[in-house]
Each structure stands twice: as C-alpha cells, then as structure tokens.
Design a protein around this ligand. Structure first.
Ligand SMILES: Cc1cc2nc3c(=O)[nH]c(=O)nc-3n(C[C@H](O)[C@H](O)[C@H](O)COP(=O)(O)O)c2cc1C
Length: 403
C-alpha cells in the first residue's frame, strides 16, 4: 500500500472551453503536488481561456492540444494518451463536449482520446444554469451515465454570467475525494463500517464539562479511508471541529451515554466496528440545570462510571463481525493492549502512544501498535490517513478469514 493514493497514478485531465477552466489549473497543481502524473488535453476553446503553457508549467508535462501534430514524436497521441491512464477527468466539461461525447463524435483530440481510452471517465460539467438544465444537456448526461461515466454534479450558486443557479463547477475537495475513491481498491465494498471518533463531553452544568484531548482526526481519517475503499460508513462522533468526509453518514453525540446509545443501536447492522473515540470513563454524578456560581462550586467533583461501550460490543459481537478497539496509553503499551484485547473480546486493538507530540491526540500523524490474537505489529509513523489505510488492510485480512 502506497502512502498516498494519488502518488504515481496516471491521470489525464481534459479541459474544455468554459470560463471555469482557470479553476482546474489549481486542481492540476494540487494533483502534481500529490505526485500524480498528470497529462493535460485541451480543446482549442479551452486555450482561449487559459494558455497551454499554464497547464504545462503546473503539470510538468507537455500539454496536448491538436490531433494532427506533424513532426511530433507521438503522431498517435489520441490513442496513446489514454491507453495506460488510471483515470480520465474532464473538467470543466462544456455543454458542447458533453453533447459530443454522448454522440460518440471524435472531431478533436479530447473527444477522440475519450473514445479510445478504457480508463474510468469522470465528468465535471460547468455552464450557465439554463444550459445545464436544458433537456438536451440532461439527456446527454443521462446517456454518458449509461455508458458508465461518472458525472460529478455541478454546484449551485453565483456564476460568471452573474446569474445564480445550478451549473457552477463542483468544488475541488469533493472532486478530489471522488478521484481518490476511483483510484482506491474497492476491497470494502458491501461492508457496513461503523467508526466512532472524537472526545465526549460530560457536563456538570450548562457551561462546564470534563473532556479529553481527542480531536477526532484518527476516527475521521478511518471513516474517509473506508469510504474511499467502497464501504458504507457511519461515523459516530463526539464534538469535533472536523468536516465530515464526503459520502460518510455522520451522527453527532455529546456525552458518553449518548455515544453508548448510538453505538449500540447501530452495532447489529455493522460488519466492522472501529472504536477510535476517546469516551470519558467517568461523568459528574450531578448535573445542574443552571450554571453554578463559582463561589458555590464544590471543591471535589463526584464522578460516576460511564458504561464501557467496547466491553458491551465485545459481549454481543456477531459471528463474522470485526471489532477493533483503540487504546490511548503513555506506558506499558503492549501489556495494556493485550489485556484489553482479551478482556473486551476484540479482533484487533490499535494502541496509540500519547506521550509524544507527533502521535496520538491532536497530531496530524500517528504510529500504532496493532495487536491481535496472532501477534503484534508496529506500523510505521505516518499520516493519520495512511495509518487508517494500514489498519483497514488488517481489518480486510480478518474479513477474508471470517466465514
Ligand atoms: C466567455 C465565455 C464563457 C463560456 N463559458 C462556458 C461554460 O462555462 N460552459 C459551457 O458549456 N460553455 C461555455 N462557453 C461556450 C463554449 O466556449 C463554446 O460552446 C465552445 O464551442 C466550447 O468548445 P469545447 O467544448 O470544444 O471546448 C463560453 C463561451 C464564452 C465566450
């Protein structure tokens, strides 16, 4: 498994003559930074909006514009460009290019290359909202879907023509996630994965609570990675400032009791459960309806035990279900991990070292110790998204083994 799903992948970006072409220059730049090998094909109208030189400089590769390039090394570019591509992205896609592709017209390099490739094709329409909603454009998009192309719906909002409506080029974050999914192995397709993330908040009055340092980054990364690999993902999250990854279903909770109810309600319906949330072990015994004046706050807070959600899940684990726990430890990682694995009837436990700055709570990266009945593995220190993928590789091995 490579560290970054985009690295080394060959993506052809087809740019047509929309005012939104300048935005795609930024997309090409970002893909290139991710070490994607980007080849850009432009229509002659596209070159009216952004120069081929811009795309050449940003991608680090020659830009293809004309079909008949006499004297050039590759006179069959219309065939060779898409031959070994992992993916073709047409963005922005004009009403004209969509119509031509729907009819199988091949009168320029871009349309001919799309007919010749067998790579997945993703299309990002961008046009005035009346052009987009026109029955002919809609019929053409339907035809393209039927051939197996993915249409990434445009956004709604203010357009360059100063009108408002549906037709704006989709936002890069969502498009990038679709590319990631299309470049990822779909080895979790058909799996229903429940991931918990973030801290819980245990209030003692409407203004104050006890909580922990969990940011939710690890759990959100697992949800994102599982979704990219084709799983249907339910993310149950405590308070976190992170945005929910695209196509993941988010259920927000505040307290450990709410987390407990939400998790147990959805457990039976999940084939994989990954509990990355840092659920508070205790909550204040008494919760005041109104804010307690500081002079009246007792010096000692009386706490009561929260339910052990992982223990409950282990007890009711269904046949074939894979249960993964997380443990945040600062000492005796291996012993603590082994103890929890057995005590809570887990298939895997990921132990986080929370004593440093570059792993565990709040960090962008992580290093986990993965313990199962068959042994212990120290995974590399890497980004949380890559760490999530490495953990999912181990989950995938369990799914293959289980009946
Ligand atoms: C300023 C300007 C902006 C345009 N923006 C769009 C657009 O966003 N979407 C679209 O479908 N056509 C747009 N067009 C029309 C296309 O450029 C025109 O249909 C052209 O033939 C498309 O050629 P191509 O599909 O080969 O790139 C625009 C035209 C002009 C003059």
């Amino acid at each position: 498994m490579v560290q970054n799903i985009f690295a080394g992948k060959k993506v052809v970006v087809g740019v047509s003559g929309s005012i939104a072409a300048f935005k795609v220059a930024g997309w090409v730049s970002d893909l290139t930074k991710e070490e994607t090998i980007v080849s850009v094909v432009m229509t002659s109208s596209a070159a009216e909006f952004v120069t081929p030189l811009t795309f050449a400089a940003l991608s680090g590769n020659d830009v293809h514009t004309g079909m008949f390039c006499h004297g050039k090394e590759d006179s069959m570019a219309h065939i060779s460009i898409g031959r070994d591509a992992d993916l073709v992205l047409i963005a922005p896609a004009t009403a004209n290019i969509i119509a031509k592709l729907a009819c199988g017209i091949a009168d320029d390099l871009l349309t001919t290359m799309v007919l010749a490739t067998r790579a997945k094709v993703l299309i990002c329409p961008a046009m005035n909202s009346r052009m987009y909603s026109h029955p002919t454009t809609q019929k053409n998009l339907k035809s393209l879907k039927e051939v197996g192309y993915t249409i990434i719906a445009p956004a709604c909002g203010k357009m360059a023509c100063r009108e408002e409506g549906e037709g704006r080029l989709a936002e890069w974050d969502g498009v990038k996630e679709q590319l990631a999914q299309n470049l990822s192995p779909q080895d979790l397709q058909g799996q229903r994965v429940m991931v918990t993330a973030g801290p819980t908040r245990e209030p003692f009055d409407p203004a104050r609570f006890i909580s922990n340092r969990s940011s939710g980054k690890m759990g959100y990364a697992i949800a994102q990675a599982a979704c990219r690999r084709g799983a249907q993902v339910l993310l149950i999250s405590g308070p976190s400032s992170l945005a929910c990854p695209p196509r993941v279903t988010l259920l927000k909770v505040q307290t450990a009791l709410e987390m407990n109810d939400a998790v147990l309600a959805h457990a039976a319906n999940s084939s994989v459960i990954i509990k990355a949330a840092a659920v508070a072990d205790y909550r204040p015994e008494a919760v005041s309806e109104h804010k307690v004046k500081k002079e009246k706050i007792a010096k000692e807070l009386i706490l009561t035990r929260n339910p052990d959600i992982l223990l409950a899940l282990g007890k009711r684990k269904k046949k074939g279900q894979v249960l993964v726990g997380f443990a945040a430890e600062s000492t005796n990682l291996l012993e603590e991990g082994r103890r929890k694995l057995l005590e809570k009837n887990l298939d895997l436990i990921a132990v986080n070292d929370i004593s440093g700055d570059t792993t565990g709570f709040e960090a962008e990266s992580n290093q986990i110790l993965v313990i199962s009945a068959s042994g212990v593995e120290t995974l590399p220190h890497t980004s949380k998204l890559h760490c999530a993928d490495l953990l999912l590789d181990r989950v995938q091995q369990f799914l293959n083994k289980k009946p």
